[in-house]
Design a protein around this ligand. Structure first.
Ligand code: NAD
Ligand code: UGA
Length: 473
């Protein structure tokens, strides 16, 4: 079977579907790409004339959208139409952790994958290539194939005439650098059984990616490699965070240790930055999924090993709250604490699994009044994450939070500021302005090691930095 790919559909217009299809349409101008989603609000935002109102913020994204949108890239709620015209369909829907039923709290909830497969079985034409781009448990392609081949038409006949070719093509982009990652990926992974289908997909990528970077494997290796990659990345962060705690009590400095350790080519320097713990929509859910799979196959020791990466991550977040409480004389009741950064990392407006959520909840529980600032996360999102805990002017508040859109207003009457996201602007703060408006003794808790320590100390503020032993007591 030869494939002539002219029309592509992507199911799911999220953090992966939007940017990855923007890049594919940009690099393949003769291809027509329809990104479909059931969520009307999301599609409306993708179609906003004002490119600053796209549903997700990614550096470089709006420039590409401007070039391709309504030329060869379309965002629509018409799922049936998008699927029925496509020669190739990417599945980019969400695959969160199951919250109820068998495997709840660990296994991936594949209901959106299943719904997509059913839509495809119903509306797609024959000989369509189906691509799993969502992160899924190993063996999911089997489920997709089963749905595609067993779905019946309305007159209860099997669709014998329809052929589908299922490929796995996991996405490795990181939020905040999605466009850079898509432009110049370390590799593109394609797993599958049909060499012509693999070649058809590969041809879309070779428009801008050297063919040596395209790794071809069987379906199961491709599916499992994605989970394994995320688990390895998360493991590095838990490893360096565990050492940050040891640095604080031994006289070592985590930045120096990271540098020394990362200079070994076999280890390398990436993903060795200590912080408040990893966040984001994927690391936790993908490791939980790996743990579930290991237990399912009876590999309980392997499951325990990966579970410990998550335990350490929770411990790191709790540890930070305790350090703040202990340094502020053991109580936060009624104290004002400024939170600098709420997204799970810099250069994204995404707050999913952000360590800021747990840390802020714990600080609120301790009675603190939080003044929260983030350059890209809005008030509405923080309310979704923390719930409504309103600060009332002129009353004795305790356990509340308030949103600020000006970083310098956060410091007014604050006892402490906590840096939770490594936004570049936090490394350029004018501490002489901040120190004048804070209450004394004033504290900065820098969980990302990005602030200017000399300036902070020069302005009479006490500084606690993660993984640094000479923190004041
Ligand atoms: P997301 O929640 O931002 O987007 C998923 C979209 O799919 C939603 O807009 C939802 O409305 C839509 N959708 C769900 N079911 C649908 C259906 N049946 N028909 C049409 N639309 C449907 O999710 P995301 O962050 O883009 O992640 C998608 C997948 O990619 C996940 O499996 C994730 O693990 C993986 N992944 C994510 C990232 C990342 O950086 N966010 C990176 C690599 C891989
Ligand atoms: C991660 C992977 O890096 C991507 O390859 C993968 O495609 C994606 O998950 C996914 O499958 O969703 P992402 O979660 O967007 O990407 O962001 P990362 O840069 O990996 O950061 C994750 C978390 O780790 C953040 O909270 C970040 O602050 C933290 N981190 C990262 C550290 O604390 N230290 C580091 O050295 C690196």
């Amino acid at each position: 079977m030869e494939f002539n790919i002219k029309n592509v559909c992507c199911i799911g217009a999220g953090y992966v579907g939007g940017p990855s299809m923007a890049m594919i349409s940009y690099k393949n101008p003769l291809l027509k790409v329809n990104v479909v989603d059931l969520d009307e609000d999301r599609i409306n935002h993708w179609n906003q004339e004002d490119l600053n109102k796209l549903p997700i913020f990614e550096p470089g994204l709006k420039e590409i959208i401007k070039k391709c949108r309504n030329k060869n890239l379309f965002f629509t709620n018409n799922v049936e139409d998008g699927i029925s015209k496509a020669d190739m369909i990417f599945i980019c829907v969400n695959t969160p952790t199951k919250i109820k039923g068998l495997g709840a709290g660990q296994a991936s909830d594949l209901k959106w994958i299943e719904a997509s497969a059913r839509q495809i079985a119903k509306f797609a034409k024959s000989n369509t290539i189906i691509i799993e781009k969502s992160t899924i448990p190993v063996k999911t392609a089997e489920t997709i194939k089963a749905i595609l081949t067993n779905t019946k038409t309305t007159n209860s006949e099997k669709i014998k005439s329809k052929n589908f070719y299922v490929l796995s093509n996991p996405e490795f982009l990181s939020e905040g650098s999605a466009i850079e990652d898509l432009s110049n990926p370390d590799r593109v992974l394609i797993g599958g059984e049909n060499s012509k289908a693999i070649e058809a997909l590969s041809n879309l990528y070779t428009k801008w990616i050297p063919s040596e970077k395209i790794i071809k494997t069987n379906l199961w290796s491709s599916e499992l490699s994605k989970l394994t990659s995320n688990a390895f990345l998360a493991q590095r962060i838990s490893s360096i965070n565990s050492i940050s705690a040891l640095c604080e009590v031994t006289g070592a400095n985590i930045n120096e240790v990271s540098r020394a350790v990362g200079s070994d080519n076999r280890i390398n320097s990436k993903f060795l930055k200590a912080g408040p713990g990893f966040g984001g929509s994927c690391f936790k859910k993908d490791i939980l999924n790996l743990v579930y799979l290991c237990n399912f196959y009876g590999l309980n020791e392997v499951a325990k090993y990966w579970e410990s990466i998550l335990d350490l991550n929770i411990w790191q977040q709790k540890r930070i709250t305790s350090i703040i409480v202990n340094n502020l004389f053991g109580t936060l009741t009624g104290k004002n604490i400024g939170i600098l950064g709420f997204s799970f990392k810099a250069n994204t407006n995404d707050t999913r699994e952000s360590p800021a959520i747990n840390i802020c909840k714990d600080l609120i529980e301790e009675g603190a009044n939080l003044k929260i600032y983030d350059p890209k996360v809005n008030h509405k999102q923080i309310e979704k994450d923390l719930g409504k805990k309103v600060y009332l002017e002129g009353t004795n508040n305790s356990g509340t939070w308030k949103f600020f859109d000006d970083l310098y207003k956060v410091s007014i009457d604050s006892d402490a500021l906590v840096v939770l996201t490594e936004w570049d602007e936090f490394s350029k703060i004018d501490w002489s302005i901040i120190s004048r408006s804070m209450r004394s003794p004033s504290w900065i808790f820098d969980t990302r090691n990005i602030t200017n320590k000399e300036e902070i100390k020069k302005n009479g503020i006490k500084l606690w930095e993660i993984g640094v032993s000479n923190n004041p007591s």
